[in-house]
Design a protein around this ligand. Structure first.
Ligand SMILES: [Zn+2]
Ligand SMILES: [Zn+2]
Length: 663
């Protein structure tokens, strides 16, 4: 990319979107499209350009190349990570990326005809009605039905059919829910937004609708009702579920709510209790596939019970193209109707037996050289036949030595294999995949905590083959390069805490822990999708940071410097004197930095301190400066902090006391 200097440099409106500024720049300077303006058409333009207008850091680079002020970078979003799929900051809150439309897609014709630029809030999917005009937004060109996109060079026209987007019929819509949504955002009420987010994500899958503006409008109405009138919201949902029983059993319909959060699980259960009782198969059954976890949740049974149902062929499994195991809604419905999933399949009789040859969990773990929890998991997922027996008065998981011998003849875990071959275990699964060897069980197959291979599959693998392999695809499809962080295929459960455990360690609520994970302050187990598991190492690093001796809490720092927290931000943090160490719920600055500011304060005063000393409003000293009665000295990054010499202020005070008038 070359750096231009544009002849005409557009100035953004405060609420303008990033792509809008680029389209206006292309238009004003006679470029045929935004692509030719950016000259990045050679490198997969659609994705590159849309990531440039989403990601603040990338947008800043682009602005720089176009010779536009990089102050405009804030038109794009601050992302809490490097990919577009990361949550984005909007005003004071963090929103999942799926809450956003693509830039320059949806619009209000009336707003556009008043001022020709794209409003940033049009990017929010719940924003379906213009709050200024009370009319529904359009999310495509209504003439040719094509989606509007970033490549055009005229903000007011459809690129495809050249229709003027300002001249369109408008339809009034109720905007109460949208008003509430925007108010919640501007109040920075993250907790409400998180609840809304959970509800919305479940609803999106529940309602079987596409993501057009009409569907989104209905979703925000329902989310609003859920958060402001939960009883009415339940009635609405019951009505929808009942009206669709010809297509799907209520239990099947409600699964997305049950899986989304514990609050929504309770909500769904209380709804299901009041739905129509169904005792025959759906006439127009809508066939769907569900994961093992979703199936378990629909049938309301344990994982072990589900495994048994599959083993006893009460449920058939279907492997999808990605190798994940699914179960058909038809099979699930059959069980829901005949309730055979609730009938005991085995007779769990706990016998009291002598220890004898029986191996206990720790003994098995020792023999197989794997972690005890993995042995238990192998039992739960049905790979290893463990029996519950009363040994010496205690109920224990045990197995006969023959069983273990047979298991180790047949299977091997990725960790044990790595040890046998004396190679690194973290990328072994990826490397084996390169040789066409797939695990038979694992995190992405049946939720097993480790990858399990069949011995016959790995017979031919040698240490040299693994060590000599330098280029191979990692699980996420990225070619391996040293500088890229390796993707760990396998997660070791001993490295993680549960959300609740982390919450008690940090003395904050689980939802706050989740926020810390979202912000990247705590790391989560990327391979565990059903629940958040927090990396132990990241928790101890955070605790260490929170207890640093050279840190002082922001409130204490403000007290030390004798100013309010907002002025601490304006005078000392923004100017670069104090570096803010921000852990969302804990904010610190360094004591060394405080000492430096104190040294400065001995000789100089801020405008607010000086005015206070003179007994006047804080702008007083600035007026005096304008009149040339006192001089200020610039400090800080880009000279943004103006300070007044203490001596000079004291002189003024003396004059004032002597009866001079400065006004
Ligand atoms: Zn409008
Ligand atoms: Zn069109």
């Amino acid at each position: 990319m070359n750096s231009y200097s544009l002849l005409i440099k557009p100035i953004p409106y405060p609420d303008e979107s990033a792509a809008s500024l680029l389209i206006r720049a292309a238009e004003a300077n006679g470029f045929s499209s935004v692509y030719s303006l950016c000259k990045i058409q050679s490198s997969s333009p659609a994705t590159t350009l849309s990531s440039h207008v989403t990601h603040q850091k990338r947008f800043r680079k682009l602005l720089h190349l176009l010779g536009l002020s990089d102050e405009y970078a804030s038109l794009a979003f601050a992302l809490s990570g490097s990919t577009q799929a990361m949550p984005r900051k909007y005003s004071k809150i963090i929103l999942k990326h799926s809450f956003f439309r693509k830039d320059v897609h949806a619009f209000c014709p009336k707003c556009l005809s008043e001022q020709s630029y794209w409003r940033r809030h049009w990017l929010l999917r719940p924003y379906t009605v213009c709050l200024k005009h009370g009319t529904q937004l359009y999310d495509c060109c209504p003439k040719c039905k094509k989606a509007l996109n970033i490549s055009r060079n005229r903000i007011n026209f459809c690129l495809n059919c050249e229709h003027d987007l300002r001249i369109l019929p408008t339809y009034s819509k109720n905007s109460e829910a949208i008003q509430w949504f925007m108010d919640t955002i501007y109040h920075g009420d993250q907790k409400i937004i998180n609840q809304l987010s959970d509800y919305w994500l479940a609803l999106e899958k529940f309602d079987w609708k596409s993501n057009n503006i009409d569907a989104d409008h209905q979703r925000i109405q329902m989310a609003y009702e859920y958060l402001t009138n939960p009883e009415q919201s339940k009635k609405t949902l019951i009505h929808i579920i009942n009206s669709r029983v010809s297509k799907a059993h209520p239990q099947i319909q409600a699964v997305y709510f049950k899986k989304q959060s514990s609050i929504l699980r309770e909500y769904a259960n209380s709804i299901l209790a009041n739905c129509n009782h169904v005792n025959q198969p759906a006439i127009n059954h809508l066939k769907q596939l569900f994961s093992l976890d979703q199936t378990r949740s629909i049938l309301d049974i344990s994982y072990t019970r589900l495994k048994t149902l599959i083993q006893k062929e009460k449920l058939a499994t279907i492997k999808n193209t990605r190798g994940l195991i699914n179960i058909s809604s038809i099979d699930i419905e059959r069980l829901l109707l005949d309730e055979s999933h609730k009938v005991p399949l085995l007779c769990p009789r706990v016998q009291n037996v002598a220890k004898g040859d029986l191996l206990t969990l720790p003994e098995i773990a020792g023999q197989l050289q794997i972690h005890k929890e993995i042995v238990r998991d192998l039992g739960v997922k049905g790979w290893l036949k463990l029996d519950k027996k009363k040994v010496d008065g205690h109920v224990k998981n045990v197995a006969l030595p023959e069983i273990i011998e047979e298991f180790s003849k047949k299977y091997i875990s990725v960790g044990t294999l790595a040890r046998q071959l004396n190679v690194n275990s973290t990328n072994l699964a990826d490397k084996l995949k390169h040789f066409g060897i797939e695990p038979v069980g694992g995190p992405h197959i049946d939720g097993l905590r480790t990858n399990l291979y069949q011995q016959t599959d790995i017979e031919c693998i040698t240490t040299e083959m693994i060590n000599d392999l330098k280029i191979y695809e990692t699980y996420t499809g990225r070619p391996s390069k040293k500088r890229l962080k390796m993707v760990h295929y396998e997660s070791d459960p001993t490295l993680y805490f549960s959300l609740r455990h982390t919450s008690s360690k940090l003395h904050i609520s689980p939802s706050k822990v989740a926020v810390l994970v979202q912000k990247g302050i705590l790391k989560k187990d990327e391979h565990c999708h059903s629940v958040i598991r927090v990396e132990k190492a990241s928790v101890s690093i955070l605790i260490e940071e929170l207890n640093r001796q050279d840190f002082i809490a922001l409130e204490d720092a403000a007290k030390e410097l004798g100013c309010a927290i907002n002025w601490l931000h304006i005078n000392w943090i923004k100017t670069g004197y104090l570096k803010l160490h921000d852990f969302v719920y804990w904010k610190f600055v360094k004591t060394d930095d405080i000492d430096q500011v104190k040294a400065l304060q001995k000789e100089y005063m801020t405008a607010i301190e000086a005015s206070k000393l003179l007994g006047m409003h804080r702008t007083h000293i600035i007026n005096l400066k304008a009149q040339g009665k006192i001089d200020s000295i610039s400090f800080g990054e880009s000279n943004s902090l103006n300070l007044y010499r203490r001596q000079d202020v004291l002189k003024l005070l003396k004059k004032q006391n002597d009866g001079y008038s400065f006004t």
